[in-house]
Design a protein around this ligand. Structure first.
Ligand code: 5GP
Ligand code: SF4
Length: 492
């Protein structure tokens, strides 16, 4: 999912909307915005299934106002698939006591079922959705009921720390406290990204918002949205960091939770591999340059296969879009021409896929066309970012062969994905992950490639340039215990 939060400008709704558009790649299932207007002391909200630009048509945006807003674009990893129930799971979500709290989050709570039971049985609350955010809101609101706490920040950070103690998983969140302020926090390992930006208000904005604070803050899953909206990137929130901005615009932060508990940072490596926009910089590491390094380091590994005569590629071909950047540096490293001979049809978002082999094949061909004249008779080195189920890769290899390729080699800028993700990325049951129970040779045979080449785990880390990464989907070492997550599979 992608999240944005804007505090302090009368244009907060417009900025949240535009920022969200730049995060559309993080989720295409549903979109929503919640704003709060300090002048009228009221919330405004709109959300629906679909792409952001389809949900927020001009007539909806025209009357949508507020000086602080939060926004969410959804990528459903759990929950019902039918439109009636899945509509209820769309974020933002609100709870009316105390104050009125609205929140969005990106990630997954691993012990959701345990917490759901706790909220329903112990707290005697009815839950209306299948979304873990609703459980988080209930726990957070309980923490905010304490009376006689000297200030909102102390109260807020205590409530979030209780949430950290109970809710396990990966979750970056931003939210609103009606009339009281704005907040953001990142899970104790920092599994999901969240970045803070700041900018000065224009004279026009100051005139429109008499109670202004001189500046506006923006939180976003990725830095590309901050750049677009003209915010200076201040920093990534630290793992376990809690930020509160009160109604006077004063900003408070607490970073002690993870340090005190000795919880190690674990950024999701898959953000650099696939998820994030190449323009973004996460944890001070550019996604674009990490992808260039993936291609270069993969090239060093492939050079040995070429030297030994095992493979002899004529051209390097990216599978659009993600692998393009890495394919350029792979081609440079190997000194083998880069050719975009798989063309993506940019007008087809989704194809109605019938459940027959022929129809699925046509669906891939509808989205991607092979330039046969450039492929015929050549040895093709295809590059993709990752192999998940293996179905797309298998069909693309078939397509390239049908276009007349002599040999098809398949390389990816990620090691084999063998384990599901419980922290917010849609990796399925192990039985659906093609590499979960197969050796590289077996996956190679399944895909129909002459040679399958995965970037090694070491080279993946080296390319990203960080030691403290989550790589659980690769090595099964889960930073947050997944023992209580077994039922999670049943919800898909
Ligand atoms: P598969 O191996 O599942 O057939 O397809 C892998 C392709 O899906 C890769 O090209 C990759 O770009 C894309 N992909 C990687 N991760 C995800 C994900 O979490 N969700 C979706 N929908 N696609 C993904
Ligand atoms: Fe990212 Fe994989 Fe860890 Fe999930 S398991 S958070 S996809 S690195």
């Amino acid at each position: 999912c992608g999240i944005v939060g804007v505090f302090g400008t009368p244009y907060s709704v417009q900025e949240a909307y535009q920022g969200l558009l730049l995060l559309q790649h993080r989720g295409q299932d549903a979109a929503g915005i919640l704003s709060f207007d300090f002048n009228t002391k009221s919330f405004h909200q709109y959300k629906d299934l679909g792409l952001i630009s389809d949900v927020f048509v001009p007539s909806i945006l025209a009357g949508f106002e507020g000086t602080m807003s939060i926004a969410h674009t959804r990528y459903a990893t759990v929950g019902p698939k039918n439109p009636i129930d899945s509509k209820r799971d769309i974020q933002p979500m609100t709870i009316n006591y105390p104050h009125g709290i609205g929140m969005v989050h990106n990630g997954n709570i691993v012990n959701y079922f345990e917490l759901k039971k706790y909220v329903q049985v112990e707290k005697r609350r009815h839950l209306f959705t299948n979304n873990d955010l609703e459980v988080m809101l209930n726990i957070l609101s309980d923490g905010l009921r304490e009376k006689n706490v000297p200030n909102h920040f102390d109260q807020f950070q205590a409530a979030v720390k209780t949430l950290f103690d109970t809710a396990k998983g990966g979750f970056s969140s931003v939210g609103l406290l009606a009339d009281k302020g704005f907040f953001a926090f990142r899970d104790p390992h920092g599994l999901r990204p969240l970045i803070l930006g700041e900018r000065k208000l224009s004279e026009e904005e100051k005139a429109l918002h008499p109670g202004h604070f001189g500046k506006s803050y923006c939180f976003s899953s990725e830095s590309n949205a901050l750049n677009f909206l003209g915010y200076d990137v201040i920093r990534d929130l630290a793992p376990g960091e809690i930020i509160f901005i009160d109604q006077t615009g004063e900003i408070f932060s607490s970073v002690d939770y993870s340090k005190t508990k000795g919880i190690a940072p674990k950024s999701c490596m898959f953000e650099w591999v696939y998820f994030a926009n190449p323009e973004s910089v996460l944890e001070e590491r550019s996604v674009y340059s990490a992808r260039l390094e993936f291609g270069k380091n993969l090239g060093e590994e492939i050079k040995e296969l070429i030297a030994s005569g095992e493979i002899s590629p004529d051209i390097v071909v990216p599978i659009p879009e993600t692998s393009r950047v890495a394919a350029i540096s792979l081609s440079e490293t190997l000194k083998i021409p880069y050719r975009e001979v798989l063309i993506k049809n940019r007008y087809i978002q989704r194809s109605f896929i019938l459940n027959t082999q022929e129809s699925r094949k046509r669906a891939v061909q509808l989205k991607l066309t092979a330039i046969a004249s450039e492929i015929k008779g050549k040895n093709i080195l295809l590059l993709d970012d990752s192999i998940v189920r293996g179905t797309t890769s298998k069909r693309i290899i078939e397509m390239v062969k049908e276009a007349g390729a002599k040999e098809v080699y398949f390389a990816t800028t990620c090691p084999p994905i063998r384990y599901p993700c419980y922290y917010g990325v849609d990796f399925p049951d192990p039985k659906e992950l093609v590499a979960s129970d197969k050796t590289t040779e077996e996956v190679e045979a399944y895909l129909g490639a002459t040679k399958l080449i995965y970037l090694s785990t070491e080279a993946t880390k080296k390319s990203i340039g960080k030691e403290s990464l989550c790589m659980a989907c690769i090595n099964g070492c889960y930073p947050v215990d997944i023992a209580s997550a077994q039922n999670f599979q049943d919800m898909r």
